[in-house]
Design a protein around this ligand. Structure first.
Ligand code: FO1
Length: 325
């Protein structure tokens, strides 16, 4: 009789890159085989609403309703609310489309009624016909703060959207992280046993760090002795999207896949065992290996659904090989 435990993978995601890979993984793994953990450090209160951009990127990506031109929000979006708000002199720097607004209003109402963020995310997932579990890293409030050289501490969305990532960054911290407990559902899933953890090609400082900083999470993963694979968000020295490369320069980290691999290795010793780099960085594979990672070189640009699925398949194969060794 085959006594093997069923496979179950965790994918840690923030922003567009994470959501793209999560979609690819969801096409090849069943809801019993995959749980997606979302960064909630980008969440904020805006116009009286609770906005959770990284959860929403996952909701819209997995329901295939995401706006691929903008990289956030929903496709076929209209902007009547925003135009009316502007006319009234309201705050319009953070663009809430009419369709997107429904998500934030429903979420905010349910949170006020006393549902947890996990429960609200489950409800929204169900309504969007998403089979896979999207779990916020915690149900407690954590807010990413970007401390900038000239302007001081900025809430994440002020830095990212209002200031367009222009100010030079001194440091980043996650307000509330000390008191945040790991999502209880996530805790249960880890206890049942995992086959591997995937750090999606999201910004390590802004998207992956907050998740790995939740109390006890890294220790739980480490004691399970699992293969943990990081997919580089940097290709040929450039971030696929967002300020990662600029931040690496500001933090004096090499602006390359080496910088990403070194960052994970130094900040999370003995956590990440496997590393995926893009074909364009193949010449750096040996150097990544020398940092102590098993490596896979492949196409990591996900410009079509096929690319997302192909990368997901390669990753799962790579992790499965690690398990049989
Ligand atoms: N990003 C922008 O650059 N400009 C926006 O106006 C904007 C609005 C927005 C509304 C809802 C939402 O869920 C996300 C939104 N984003 C916007 C994206 C978001 O702020 C960032 O991409 C993520 O937080 C980074 O992961």
């Amino acid at each position: 009789m085959d006594e093997r435990k069923p496979s179950h993978y965790l994918a840690l995601s923030g922003g567009v890159g994470g959501a793209k890979l999560a979609l690819g993984l969801s096409k090849i793994l069943s809801s019993e085989e995959l749980t997606i953990v979302a960064n909630t450090g980008d969440d904020f209160q805006h116009l009286g609403l609770t906005v959770c951009p990284d959860i929403d990127s996952l909701l819209y990506s997995l329901s295939e309703t995401n706006n691929t031109e903008l990289g956030w929000g929903q496709k076929g979006e209209t902007w009547n609310f925003l135009e009316a708000l502007e006319k009234l002199g309201g705050d319009s720097w953070f663009k809430l489309g009419d369709r997107d607004l429904a998500t934030h209003i429903l979420r905010s109402e349910k949170l006020k009624e006393g549902l947890s963020l996990t429960e609200v995310t489950k409800l929204l997932s169900r309504k969007m016909n998403i089979a896979h579990s999207i779990l916020p890293m915690t149900d407690d409030q954590v807010r990413t703060v970007v401390d900038c050289v000239s302007v001081g501490a900025l809430n994440f969305q002020n830095y990212f959207v209002k200031e367009r990532c222009k100010p030079e960054v001194r440091s980043i911290y996650f307000s509330g992280i000390e008191k945040a407990s790991l999502n209880p559902d996530l805790d249960r899933i880890i206890s049942r046993g995992l086959s591997g953890v995937i750090l999606c090609p999201s910004n390590p400082f802004l998207s992956i760090d907050p998740i790995l900083s939740v109390n006890g999470f890294v220790d739980r993963i480490k004691t399970s002795d699992l293969p943990v694979v990081a997919v580089s968000n940097i290709i040929d020295g450039q971030a696929i999207k967002g300020p990662a490369a600029k931040m690496m320069k500001e933090f004096n980290i090499p602006q390359s896949v080496i910088g990403v691999a070194r960052y994970y290795g130094e900040n999370y010793p003995d956590l990440v065992s496997h590393f995926v780099l893009d074909k364009k960085d193949a010449h750096l594979e040996k150097e990544v290996c020398e940092l102590g990672f098993s490596t896979l070189v492949t196409e990591t640009m996900m410009t079509s659904l096929e690319h997302k699925i192909d990368l997901a398949k390669e990753l799962i194969r790579f992790l499965a090989e690690a398990l049989v060794r």
